[in-house]
Ligand binder design. Sequence first.
Ligand code: MG
Length: 228
Amino acid sequence: MKIRAVLFDLDGTLLDRRATFRRHLERQLARHPGMFRPEPGSRYIRRLLELDENGSLDRAVFYDRAEAEFGLSPGSAATLVEDFERFFPEECIPLPNVHETVDVLRGLGLKLGLITNGRGLIQRRKLRGLDLETSFDSVVISEEIGCRKPDPRIFSHALAELDEPAHAAVYVGDNPEPDVLGAKGAGLYSIWRRDDFWTEPDGADHVIDDLAEVRTWVRRQGRRGGPT
Ligand SMILES: [Mg+2]
């Protein structure tokens, strides 16, 4: 089957979340110089990045943990969540070849979609921060439709918006369970963007290190008539 639609995850797939969050923490600590004294910022940042669990925690939970671990004054977590929500989306750094890949796939006549777990306002601001606001034919955000990856309904919702069947679509994501297993469970092809934080999942149709590899796979599917 020829691929007619390519759908992406956002955090860790288009957005270089690790680089963005490190930069965000550096700026955040600078914005709140009294909060973490008397230790130097770099020690905090190293530990905060460990606590972050690659962004899989709700930010309120993450900053509550930070407040407890560092003995910050009560209310600090709420202040830092507010700071995160205010500044992070505008600090977004894309992974390499994001814009080139989107342009090339579009040029091949493919429909493009985005499916992300998260809060509507924040995720849409991240898209704007990445200059990808108008790049997709469908943007589906878990908060806005009331279900999250790996629930197959979120994939079906996006496919309905794109007016394509699952077997003509591929989903690209970095997190094995919601992305790879989620897409497979909904009947889509699945590309795993390798991230050393996660263990390589079974069942991905293809594994990439760089987004530019997506177009090669899509073109090959067209010639082959489908994955073997
Ligand atoms: Mg992700």
